[in-house]
Design a protein around this ligand. Structure first.
Ligand code: ADP
Length: 458
């Protein structure tokens, strides 16, 4: 205690005052008793002593007050959130050690705050970057937080929904009920939500209670399962379609075989006919399986295409040759409109042949006797556009967009009769896309169709 400088400073201050007071008292006493005529000199002495005492006291007090004021300013800076503020440490007394402690507190607080901010920013970045929507609510179902993905799913701006009730933000009673249940039981819940506002969506929702140490509330995590469901539906439809397509020719083969077994084998007139039907249906089955395999290979990118520069005129010439007999049999004029002008495209040669074959095959197949099929091609904006136009039945406007789908047929009975599989145009579309091109059709019901394909020019 005695070694304490502050103690000494205070001691000196008091001592100064006491000493001054004693000096004044002594001087006055001296004047009254022995030297009544020295009044003037004594007055000067007393004033001088008082001034010296005041100066000493002032210096001592200043040395105490100034550091205290500095410390008060530093404390205020910390209160205001300025953790960079430092107090100069000029002494090793209590004030100096207080200044050091204050500096340490300020530094520690600053560090903790930076860590908290970093961790907050990291959390915000993680939540903001999540594909899943995340919404946190308190025990009154008021939104505490919502991330960007949740905003995108339900069409709101995340900061604008904080503080609003969940049911106002996401108008779904099932979700609100699930949150109530989780808040009551403190057990997680998984539900599925069908959201039919704007784009219909199927959402897998997980509601989890917030750890009670943090807050009372719940976190809702929403995962958009729409695409998964769509693919599932396509897969189921595909399986149903394939089974149906395979069942028809198989049933025919089984029925003819059974008839033959039951005695038709000995009937030379019908025997031939039934065997022909079995062969026909067998071929249909084979075509169907071949088409499905090619489509599967193209779709799963298993087929390795050799994209090279191909002379389109050569490929079309061969296709026209292949189908000329079939066209002639129906008196259908199959011809190139402007001869065989040279046009080079970037494609796989075999794939390009399949594209042309499918388009010409359909045109000849669906065009009635005496009709016409025109094939032409020309360069447009770095692409070569190939068109196959026919004078066939045309396609109803409502179905035009669907003819490139797998197994889609406009006139189902007629297409089957013609031995078609419903996969030809689907194969065309996938091949064209694999070569970086596009395909489409323009059609007038009763007047004909114009199928077109655009491929990158070489
Ligand atoms: P398909 O093997 O049945 O011909 P596609 O995928 O090639 O299968 O064609 C799908 C459907 O599009 C056909 O069933 C038919 O209804 C219609 N279609 C295709 N080409 C033509 C055409 N040139 N004229 C009229 N309809 C056509």
């Amino acid at each position: 205690m005695l070694r304490s400088r502050l103690y000494w400073k205070l001691f000196l201050a008091v001592f100064g005052l006491v000493a001054s007071a004693s000096a004044i008292t002594a001087a006055l006493g001296y004047r009254w008793r022995d030297q009544p005529d020295m009044g003037g000199q004594l007055t000067v002495l007393v004033i001088g002593l008082l001034l010296v005492a005041a100066a000493i006291t002032y210096l001592i007090v200043r040395s105490l007050v100034v550091p205290l004021l500095t410390l008060r300013r530093a404390a205020q800076a910390i209160t205001d959130g300025d953790y960079e503020h430092r107090v100069p440490v000029r002494s090793s007394d209590e004030l100096g050690s207080l200044a050091r402690s204050l500096n340490q507190v300020s530094q520690d607080l600053g560090q903790q705050l930076t860590e908290l901010r970093n961790s907050d920013e990291r959390q915000a970045a993680v939540l903001g970057g999540m594909v899943e929507g995340v919404v946190a609510v308190d025990d009154n179902h008021c939104v505490l937080f919502a991330n960007a993905a949740a905003g995108k799913l339900f069409g709101f701006l995340p900061p604008s929904v904080v503080g609003r009730r969940l049911l106002e933000v996401i108008r779904d009673h099932t979700l609100d009920a699930a949150v109530a249940e989780v808040l009551n039981t403190r057990q997680s819940q998984a539900i599925e939500l069908e959201w039919n506002v704007d784009t219909p969506r199927i959402l897998a929702v997980q509601v989890t209670p917030l750890p009670s140490a943090v807050d009372i509330g719940a976190v809702i995590v929403l995962h958009d399962n729409s695409e998964l469901r769509r693919l599932e539906t396509i897969r189921q439809e595909f399986i149903a379609n394939v089974s149906h397509e395979l069942k028809t020719p198989l049933s025919s083969i089984m029925a003819y075989t059974e008839t033959l077994q039951r005695g038709a084998l000995d009937d030379p007139e019908h025997r031939e006919q039934f065997l022909n039907r079995i062969a026909e249906q067998g071929e249909r089955l084979n075509n169907l399986i071949q088409d499905m395999l090619s489509l599967a290979r193209i779709e799963t990118a298993q087929q390795q295409f050799e994209i090279v520069t191909v002379e389109l005129a050569d490929v079309v010439r061969r296709c026209i040759d292949d189908y000329s007999r079939q066209a002639a049999a129906k008196s259908v004029a199959l011809q190139p409109v402007d001869g065989f002008p040279s046009a080079k495209v970037r494609a796989d040669e075999e794939g390009l042949r399949v594209i042309c074959n499918n388009l010409i095959d359909n045109a000849v197949k669906y065009t009635p006797d005496g009709g016409r099929v025109d094939v032409e091609w020309r360069s447009i904006n770095g692409h070569v556009r190939i068109e196959v136009a026919d004078t066939g039945p045309g396609i109803p406007r409502s179905e035009v967009a669907r003819v490139f789908e797998r197994f889609y047929r406009v006139d189902k009975a007629r297409s089957r009769e013609l031995g078609s599989t419903g996969l030809g145009l689907s194969i065309v579309k996938h091949l064209v896309q694999s070569f970086g091109g596009t395909a489409g059709v323009e059609s007038q019901l009763g007047q004909g169709s114009r199928f077109w394909v655009e491929l990158p020019a070489a």
